[in-house]
Design a protein around this ligand. Structure first.
Ligand code: ADP
Length: 480
């Protein structure tokens, strides 16, 4: 009697278990199927119906291979055979399947065998990894694009100090394979000593929430030197505290080389031009002495020729001064001179070329220790611009002032003015505001050269401007 009761208990437990399995099988979000020994599908759950887009009745009785992409069939079939011949306890593989709507989906397949009432069945779970697969594909496409554009992506975790990076990042530094770990020290090892202070300062700035845009030279593992541009933005947590720095590194060695070639070309061309222009100028000056003996027409032509040759001289000088080699060599010849007088002389010089009225005021006794010729160059440039970019206003106001240690010259015009967003790039090489390109001639070098000269003196240059109303360009230089 007891034994019979035990069997009943066991049967009940077994049926309970079976019920539980059925419920889990039906409710799980993992697409699952049960197959018989001849590999036909005998039971599928709702998740598998959804995954393949068929009704259960359409799938049951078929074989999974009928849905598999051709290239996976052979391997999958082999794994199934090994499972059923008990060579392996289970198998896993990744494969693709066609849905009813012919869309391709990617699945991770796991199969095991189980026994039920003396029969052996196969139980398979198909895990949909299509999204992941697309992500992997787009990541590998992105890595490919980054590789070909010689761009690397980096992300510094400010807490752990570890840097995660794109696939080809380490190659940029000369490593054929991806290194295990990468930290700020890894960058520091490669950045040239001369550029290290700038690099460290830029990283510091970025760690405090500022953007980074820094060009530095790297020494790669094989000793070659590369120019790269580090650009990055900080990422903040909810409290606004920077937690990550995310950015790119671009290999700009080629650009730098082109820049150098361009500089060399400009430098050579302007040097070559300088000699004939100087002799042309000398000849014209000699010719000017004979003006009294000339007809009115010839005289006018000599005056015009003089004006043009002066313009050419300024352009050639600008080109020469803008080349890097000149910038590197910029040596100041300092003397003590009266700044007001020099400004006055510049105004007189320009009064011959333009009908603009110059009004000069300020400290007439201010003496500075500076390179007079170069400071004159800066003043002439600011005055010429005031005339050029204020064609409809006829007054230019110049003020010579001072603070405790610095002399300050300001040139104010009532001309076209400058848009606020253009001001930060105004002193860059070859910069010309969009609106002026078509209307005013120039190379966009004058302000760049002026800024170089002023900076070399230890001073500062800037502008206050209202678009459509006019501008005040100013510069400061130390008095002694
Ligand atoms: P260039 O005059 O040869 O173009 P500069 O370097 O002297 O070169 O000036 C750069 C640009 O700055 C000019 O193209 C112009 O757009 C702007 N700029 C300079 N001075 C003035 C000014 N006084 N008023 C308005 N815009 C100016």
């Amino acid at each position: 009697m007891k034994e019979e009761g035990n069997i009943k208990d066991f049967q009940k437990k077994f049926l309970d278990c079976n019920d539980k399995f059925d419920t889990i099988f039906e409710l799980t979000s993992a697409a699952s199927k049960i197959i018989a020994a001849d590999l036909t599908i005998i039971k599928v759950n709702g998740a598998l119906e959804e995954l393949l887009g068929y009704e259960a009745s359409e799938i049951e009785g078929t074989k999974i291979m009928e849905y598999a992409c051709e290239e996976y069939k052979e391997h999958w079939h082999k794994l199934q055979s090994e499972l059923w011949s008990n060579q392996v306890p289970f198998f896993k593989l990744q494969a693709c399947l066609y849905r009813k709507d012919r869309k391709v989906i990617w699945v991770n397949v796991t199969s095991i065998l189980f026994k039920d009432e003396g029969q052996i069945y196969g139980f398979t779970v198909l895990d949909d990894v299509t999204g992941l697969k697309h992500l992997q594909e787009s990541e590998s496409r992105l890595n490919m694009a980054l590789k070909y554009s010689k761009l690397a992506v980096w992300e510094l975790d400010l807490k752990s100090k570890l840097i995660s990076r794109s696939a080809s990042h380490d190659e940029l530094f000369g490593y054929p394979d991806k290194q295990e770990d990468w930290t700020l020290d890894s960058y520091i090892q490669h950045v040239l000593d001369e550029d290290l202070p700038r690099f460290r300062a830029a990283i510091n700035e970025a760690s405090q929430g500022n953007k980074m845009d820094q060009q530095v030279r790297l020494k790669t593992t094989d000793g070659t030197i590369k120019w790269v541009n580090f650009q990055a933005s900080p990422e903040q947590d909810e409290t606004g505290r920077p937690v990550k720095i995310l950015g790119t590194i671009a290999d700009i060695t080629k650009d730098k080389l082109h820049e150098r070639h361009k500089d060399d070309f400009i430098s050579i061309a302007s040097h070559e031009l300088k000699t004939p222009v100087t002799s042309l100028k000398a000849s014209l000056q000699l010719l000017s002495r004979l003006m009294e003996e000339m007809s009115d027409r010839a005289r006018a032509m000599v005056v015009q020729a003089n004006k043009s040759v002066n313009k050419i001289t300024v352009l050639v000088d600008d080109l020469l001064n803008a080349s890097k080699s000149y910038k590197e060599q910029l040596q100041l010849k300092k003397t003590v001179f009266n700044l007001y007088k020099v400004v006055d002389e510049c105004c007189v010089q320009l009064s011959f070329q333009s009908s603009h009225e110059t009004i000069l005021d300020g400290n007439q006794d201010l003496e500075v220790n500076a390179d007079a010729e170069r400071i004159e160059r800066v003043i002439i440039n600011l005055l010429t611009n005031a005339i050029k970019y204020g064609p409809d206003s006829n007054k230019i106001h110049i003020h010579v002032g001072q603070t405790a240690t610095m002399a300050k010259v300001s040139v104010t015009d009532r001309g076209i003015g400058i848009a606020p967003e253009k001001i930060p790039v105004l002193f860059d090489r070859y910069y010309q505001a969009e609106q002026v390109k078509d209307h005013y001639s120039g190379l966009g070098l004058g302000l760049f050269i002026s800024a170089e000269i002023v900076k070399k003196h230890g001073g500062d240059i800037g502008v206050d401007s209202i678009q459509g109303k006019g501008s005040t360009f100013w510069f400061t230089i130390p008095i002694t």
